[in-house]
Design a protein around this ligand. Structure first.
Ligand code: ZN
Length: 197
């Protein structure tokens, strides 16, 4: 296949995939979405700007497709990671309550390493790096807190940390959703984030 623009970048650009009930379930590449459409496993819901050409066909690339005959909703247990702690807390520093861009965010151990054993009586294997002891913190609050406990500096957590059952399956920047025409389909199972500072 050849394309009107940079073939590789167009074929690798993103397509919003909906289930047959038009709920967003994942993001795929244009290449994969075209294969789904050509094999009649998906239908194009919204077309993009560019055109992909092969000797036999010429098709406008899809921006949104819906899978035929699949009205389920993929659910998953959230894997524990620093990034998911930040997403759980909605990119909001749990100490000062402000939302920051990713580059200014860190993950803080509420009870710091140097105090863990004294406070909890447990070793590091038990819950030190866990959903319960980690929160999203901006780098300034993290630096100011240092190795102290919250009660020592009279700080409070914005939310009690918890293990999330499920995160929204798709995390998409608002700007991208708007640019690609995805917004009308981003009302369910999508968390729109503003990636600008
Ligand atoms: Zn902060």
């Amino acid at each position: 296949m050849s394309t009107t623009g940079s073939a590789t970048s167009i074929l690798n650009s993103e397509v919003l995939v909906l289930n047959s009930a038009f709920l967003p379930i994942r993001i795929s590449s244009v290449k994969e979405a075209i294969c789904l459409v050509m094999s009649e496993r998906a239908k194009t819901v919204l077309e993009g700007e560019e055109v992909v050409r092969s000797p036999l066909v010429s098709i406008r690339i899809p921006s949104i497709v819906s899978v035929v005959g699949y009205n389920q909703f993929p659910r998953r247990k959230v894997a524990f990671s620093k990034l998911n702690v930040i997403y759980r807390d909605d990119m909001i520093c749990q100490y000062c309550g402000h939302r920051y861009s990713m580059r200014d965010l860190t993950v803080d151990h509420i009870i710091p390493r140097s105090r863990w054993e004294t406070v909890t009586g447990k070793d590091f294997k038990e819950g030190f790096s866990s959903w319960m002891n980690m929160v999203c913190a901006c780098r300034w609050c993290n630096g100011r807190k240092g190795n102290r406990l919250l009660q020592e500096i009279n700080w409070f957590l914005l939310n009690q940390p918890r293990e999330p059952e499920y995160l929204p399956h798709l995390i998409i920047s608002f700007e991208k959703a708007k640019r690609k025409g995805w917004l009308p389909y981003c009302t369910f199972n999508v968390r729109l984030i503003n990636v600008r500072p």
